[in-house]
Design a protein around this ligand. Sequence first.
Ligand code: SF4
Ligand code: SF4
Length: 745
Amino acid sequence: MSKNAVCYLCKGCGIGDALDFERLTEVVEEGGVSEVKEHDALCSPEGLAMIKEDIDGGVDAVLIGACSSRVKTDEFSFGGGVVVERTSLREQVVWCTSPDATDDGEEDRQMLAEDYLRMACVKLEKCQPLTPFQLEGEIYKSLMVVGGGPAGMSAAIQAAKAGSQVFLIEKEDKLGGFLNTIDKLGPQSPPYTELEDNPVAEMVGQIEASDKIKVFTGCTVAKTAGAPGKFDVELSNGEKLQIGAIVQATGWLPYDASKLADELAYGSSPDIVTNVEFEQMVKDGKLARKSDGEDIAAIAFIQCAGSRDQNHLPYCSAFCCLVSLKQAIYVKEQNPETAVYVIYKDIRTPSQSEEVYREAQRKGVIFIRRDETYPTITAGDKLSLEVNDVLLGEDVSLEELDMVVLATGMRPNNPKVVDAPLVAFGEDQEVAKKLTAEAKAACEDWSVLNLDYRQGKNLPTLKYAMPDSHFICFPYESRRTGIYPVGTVRRPMRLTQAIDDGVGAALKAIQAIKAAEAGCAVHPRSGDESFPEFFMQRCTQCKRCTEECPFGAINEDEKANPLPNPTRCRRCGVCMGACPERIISFKNYSVDMIGSMIKAINVPEEDDEKPRVIMLACENDALPAIDMAAAKGMTWSPYVRLIPIRCLGSMNLVWIADALSSGIDGVVLLGCRRGEDYQCHFIKGSELANVRMSKISETLTRLVLESDRVAVEEVSITDLHKIPAIIDAFMETIEEVGPNPYKGF
Ligand code: SF4
Ligand code: SF4
């Protein structure tokens, strides 16, 4: 081993009782690590002091055989310059195997531990110390917030409070966005029954008073080039800005109610209005019949007008119930005698907003529950309405209504999207596949940021044309690092939620700049100082890396040479898995490194009847699920060797070919769920792995091996209970197909 390496083996947590440390020491020494130290509890102050003392004395590579690399991360971090490799003797050997599992249970468990240490030695040898990527020249630390509505103003105010210079870009001639159109906010503070003042004036005042926020109104973004820490932005007014990170808070569009003409008679009477139009009437002090200015004696609010409806907006817009309750209270506060009806499918009033519902009831608002069928509305001098009341179980007629308010929902603020049914924007749905090319192209043609990226000028969107990175775990991330969609850009939400959202996005944007400055990754591999390096002499300009990178991190020059932008990179390794020339690698993760680890596994002879299976497991969901399963006392075959990988998308087929040609009996790829409810932290890792796996049959045919020897399984982090069954089923398959004939070659 070229490094000054020491291996530390922990005897705590039952490891010392289960394994033969003399033999483990021999294996490590054969792996090139000349010194092995044991400790009863390596993570104790004494254990850690022992390691630190060695590092101070010149040790630059540390192999820790103890618990999973997912735990005790702070304890076993020793700063840059020291290569640390951890192998899990606790979760992946002692906890997940039983000495009674096989005829040679103790021996099989020992062999498992020895293989993990062999693999760790190889990895330690091949890993290089990390040197964080440094952008050349000055790092731009200003934030650009695009959109001066509630979320954008909130992001700007919070970023400025945190000390950042902010450029706030608003296309209209004044700040405020949607806040300018509303009268009051719903209740926000105890007792959650009183309507509250619109905060727009106060927020605009804060922005105007801040010397850290420069506002551009009547202005849009003409071009955004560069990467986090180094965005060069051109505005429509010709101004050029140097920006570190971007918050996109460009709001929403009301659903086009003219599409509800058939179902809800919109357009047949001026007294049938949307919730947005009604709010404007209140704001303008004109709470009266629109047709003739007479008082309103009876009014009905129709909830889910076009929402949760596959023919219109398939989702709940999450704000319209509360808005209708607020507007019903407006009416009752103006005249308690007015008959106010709310016709709903479900009233959705989360947390304290349930009090608003109760307050509306107390004020005499009448609630009528309908089913999926819309009420029938007839327009004359007055309006009438028939609806099936599912609680009474009979049809109800409301006559002599002065107004009907349609609680319409939100759609993304992309004017081009309005021409296409939103349901069509879920990439993986059947209906999306039928979306006309023109509709998608029209949507993509319009852009807020006009990104100068090889992958297109927009933030990529997933379902319903909302920009999305990972809908469960990382709410603010887009698939363009350093650009944070916020508020109703990323999902439908209430005004007050959008204001809160602005705070989160501002902090994420500041973090992105700090990460660019430090040369490390943002979510989900926060703090990772590795980055992909390209051995360009062997690049064939095939474009696979630029096309498959889920985060648009790689541009291209005119000759199709990849131009990596490491501060855009999330360190997923998908490009590494994509590159047919295998010229992309990280200092601590490479095709060669994993391939060599696989080759380090000791494959017993066929006569030994000890199969060997490799499990390449995604470290984001599968690995934690496996660790948790082991921690819960679940056990599985000691013949399985687990190799964590950054993402199934980083998997290179050569690993499988290497494994099978070296006598490994089978390979399981354990990744995240793909498709519409995808779990992959890197968006499409499982899908890419599946595409690559479709090509594995060539390898198996060439090796004359059964296709059953390779399997792809999907798990989410909570699927720990499925782990033993998945492994057991695969081991049974391997038993059926028999030993790999390449053993011993
Ligand atoms: S590691 Fe992932 S994010 Fe980075 S360049 Fe490669 S594919 Fe793109
Ligand atoms: S995938 Fe590899 S060979 Fe192809 S363009 Fe990218 S770096 Fe070059």
